[in-house]
Design a protein around this ligand. Structure first.
Ligand SMILES: Cc1cc2nc3c(=O)[nH]c(=O)nc-3n(C[C@H](O)[C@H](O)[C@H](O)COP(=O)(O)OP(=O)(O)OC[C@H]3O[C@@H](n4cnc5c(N)ncnc54)[C@H](O)[C@@H]3O)c2cc1C
Length: 393
């Protein structure tokens, strides 16, 4: 019997992990990406214990441990430097079975692409239309040479929060919601990071209407992000000097991280998520996955992790039950969890980014009073996830 076929739209973390997961159950996969090449774009990404367990399940755990940087803990601080909370990694690992890792996105892409056949990835292929038939689905793609139509047993739509195919499948869906803030990201190269002696913790610092976070990632580089509450469609400056001025007076090493960052690593994005529920993640032989299905805000550090969970769940469900029953199970297993996380992330974002002095004080006071055990268990919904059929690698 010939192998089942899947076309995956989007070579992001969700699409590439799905390629891996389906390949492992014997499917022939093709990933179609609109970009002309897979470039080393993006900044850092945190991989939480739930996604570490998912990558272990796919046999990618050793590569993650080799290339990712294990974090010794998570901390929250105030702009003065005072500590609001700290969770040691051992506590997280004991409770949830894996620690946090952080690495450059380009490194995670490399790791996910390593096991794929060279012809599995087609760049310069932008999906424009989709027809989700009962036993197969057809997607129309535009390339620089023209338009092609491809049919497969399954089409996985992993084209991100602004998904064009989601809009085509669900024309009545309202689309992404603005989270109320913009985020800049940067990378400090290892030779500039090393003398700074920044500890390997996932660190976040809260201010009023502003936040800063950082993590040491692979090869000794430091990844940082800086958020500011701004109206939708505002266009804040794309300039490290001005950004450093906005965060003047924040505790060390924040000012030093700005000045050690090469301007060409600076990125800025407005943050959107899917607040409105989708009627379904599955439409005939089409499955929505990752941000296309359930974009969350970065406030819970789970968007990529959930996409990785989706990929494992989809392939495991299809392997166990066959394509159609597996797709139904995927929808049933993923929708409640991810919808809950999307709503939580939006709420958390509003609290974290509040400009209101009284609300910020209340936030800081309540968080400072929480014992470590409560902080650890509050993360349980996200971190306690395990692969559906137990570890397989
Ligand atoms: C500032 C910030 C920090 C974050 N930090 C974390 C973190 O630490 N941990 C975490 O787990 N998550 C984090 N996230 C969330 C995470 O980045 C996303 O959830 C994740 O990248 C989603 O992956 P995806 O594959 O679903 O979509 P994407 O990464 O958006 O990939 C979609 C891909 O599809 C392609 N595409 C789009 N349209 C088409 C088309 N029509 N045809 C073909 N290809 C198409 C795009 O070019 C892209 O390559 C963060 C997000 C932000 C904004």
């Amino acid at each position: 019997m010939s192998a089942k076929t899947a076309i995956i739209i989007g070579a992001g973390i969700g699409g590439l992990t799905t390629a891996h997961a389906l390949r492992r159950i014997g499917w022939h996969v093709t990933v179609c990406e609109q970009a002309p090449a897979i470039a080393a774009v993006g900044a850092g990404v945190g991989i939480a214990p739930n996604a570490v367990k998912a990558l272990d399940y796919l046999g990618l755990g050793p590569a993650l441990r080799d290339r990712g940087r294990r974090q010794t803990g998570l901390e929250i601080r105030l702009r003065s430097g005072g500590r609001v909370g700290h969770i040691p990694a051992d506590e997280i690992e004991r409770r949830y079975g894996a620690p946090f890792y952080a690495l450059h996105r380009a490194e995670l892409h490399r790791l996910l692409m390593a096991g794929l056949d060279a012809d599995a990835l087609r760049t310069d292929h932008r999906a424009e239309k989709i027809a989700p038939g009962p036993g197969a689905a057809t997607v129309t793609l535009r390339t620089s040479d023209g338009t092609v139509s491809e049919t497969a047993d399954l089409v996985v739509v992993a084209d991100g929060v602004g998904s064009r195919l989601r809009a085509a499948l669900l024309p009545g869906y309202p689309g992404p919601t603005y989270a109320g803030y913009t985020v800049w990201r940067g990378i400090v190269p290892a030779e500039r990071a090393e003398p700074m002696g920044v500890p390997t913790v996932l660190s976040e610092t809260w201010g009023r209407g502003a936040r800063f976070g950082s993590a040491t990632i692979n090869d000794g580089q430091i990844y940082w992000f800086a958020c500011e509450s701004v109206p939708e469609h505002a266009t804040p400056e794309h300039d490290l000097g001005l950004l450093a001025a906005r965060f003047r007076g924040w505790h060390d090493p924040i000012p030093g991280l700005f000045s050690a960052t090469p301007e060409d690593t600076l990125l800025r994005h407005d943050v959107y998520y899917l607040r409105a529920r989708l009627p379904g993640f599955v439409h005939g032989r089409v499955a929505l996955l990752g941000d296309a299905a359930h974009a969350v805000t970065p406030d819970i550090g789970q968007g990529a992790c959930l996409a990785i969970e989706d990929a494992v769940t989809l392939a495991a469900a299809i392997e166990e039950r066959g394509v159609d029953a597996g797709l139904c199970a995927y929808d049933k297993l993923r929708r409640p969890r991810t919808e809950r996380m999307a709503r939580t992330s939006g709420r958390l974002g509003r609290i974290m980014q509040t400009r209101n002095p009284a609300a910020a004080l209340l936030r800081d006071t309540v968080a400072s009073a929480l014992p470590t055990s409560l902080l650890v268990s509050s993360a349980g919904t996200a971190l306690s996830w395990t692969p559906p059929l137990g570890a397989r690698s």
